[in-house]
Ligand binder design. Structure first.
Ligand SMILES: NC(=O)c1ccc[n+]([C@@H]2O[C@H](COP(=O)([O-])OP(=O)(O)OC[C@H]3O[C@@H](n4cnc5c(N)ncnc54)[C@H](OP(=O)(O)O)[C@@H]3O)[C@@H](O)[C@H]2O)c1
Length: 238
């Protein structure tokens, strides 16, 4: 039997890219997965490929939308999920003075506030059950700064901060929490960004990680014996 068979999971940002890969991998291991994203048609199309999965449209930046989604999830899964993967995220590049207030706020709301709202919704029940696993998809940019990344760095450094606070608060409770921080990965997040290396030279998408590389790291964290907490995995280019 697969180690995760019979569990339940919520994956945010599951309509494409890394989140879709995580949702598919969990589904194939017998996990009942709730897929979260804003674009209903894409979400339903993705969910149709994952046996037993449930698409729930939600904008993670909107507390009311998250409240509606988490209530529906609790009904569908009969309570909080066993696994929460906070993956939904956006990325844009602009030097500080050209970063608009709207873009800064949207990045913080999507990449930092959204994950917090999902944790807040489910953590109490996980603690009562003395079981659960929260996986946070961070980034190489949650420890290393890059020019043009004021909004993204602020969000991802903050997200790592929340992860580390959770790790400290949850030690010994039975609830585990893991941060997976990949380097650039070939997904649609790069479609509206000019890809350059640290020296400003064009950076080939062929040099990026594959979404499945990140999926394998998530599965590694989730399938360790209960006595093991994978605190942090950092994936860089070889
Ligand atoms: N790709 C990389 O190079 C890379 C590297 C390090 C870390 N990461 C992190 O990995 C995560 C996934 O990135 P990705 O590359 O897979 O991105 P992606 O291909 O652009 O997918 C992003 C997903 O998030 C969803 N999403 C975006 N805003 C949302 C919102 N407000 N509410 C709900 N869902 C929302 C999108 O669906 P809708 O648009 O339909 O909502 C989509 O399903 C992000 O946290 C990103 O920061 C990516």
């Amino acid at each position: 039997m697969a180690p995760l068979d019979g569990r339940t999971a919520v994956v945010t940002g599951a309509s494409r890219g890394i989140g879709a890969g995580i949702a598919e991998a969990l589904g194939s291991q017998g996990v009942r997965v709730v897929l979260i994203a804003r674009t209903e048609a894409k979400l339903e199309e993705r969910a149709a490929r994952i046996k037993g999965s449930i698409p729930v449209t939600c904008d993670v930046t909107d507390p009311k939308s998250v409240e509606r989604a988490t209530k529906r999830i609790a009904t569908e899964l009969n309570g909080a999920p066993d696994i929460l993967v906070n993956n939904a995220g956006i990325y844009s590049v602009a030097v500080a003075e050209e970063t608009t207030a709207e873009s800064f706020i949207e990045t913080i709301n999507t990449n930092l506030v959204g994950p917090f709202l999902f944790v807040r919704a489910f953590l109490g029940e996980m603690k009562k059950r003395k079981a659960g696993h929260i996986v946070t998809i961070g980034s190489v940019a949650d420890r290393t700064i890059y020019t043009g990344n004021a909004a993204y760095s602020a969000a991802k450094f903050g997200l790592r901060g929340i992860h580390e606070v959770l790790r400290a608060e949850l030690r010994g409770t039975g609830v585990r929490t893991s941060l997976i921080s990949p380097a650039s990965t070939d997904t649609e997040i790069w479609n509206s960004v000019t890809v350059t290396d640290p020296a400003g030279k064009p950076h080939s998408k062929r040099l990026m990680l594959d979404p499945h590389d990140v999926v394998r790291a998530v599965l590694f964290a989730l399938t360790q014996p209960e006595r093991v907490n994978v605190d942090e995995l950092r994936l860089s280019h070889s």
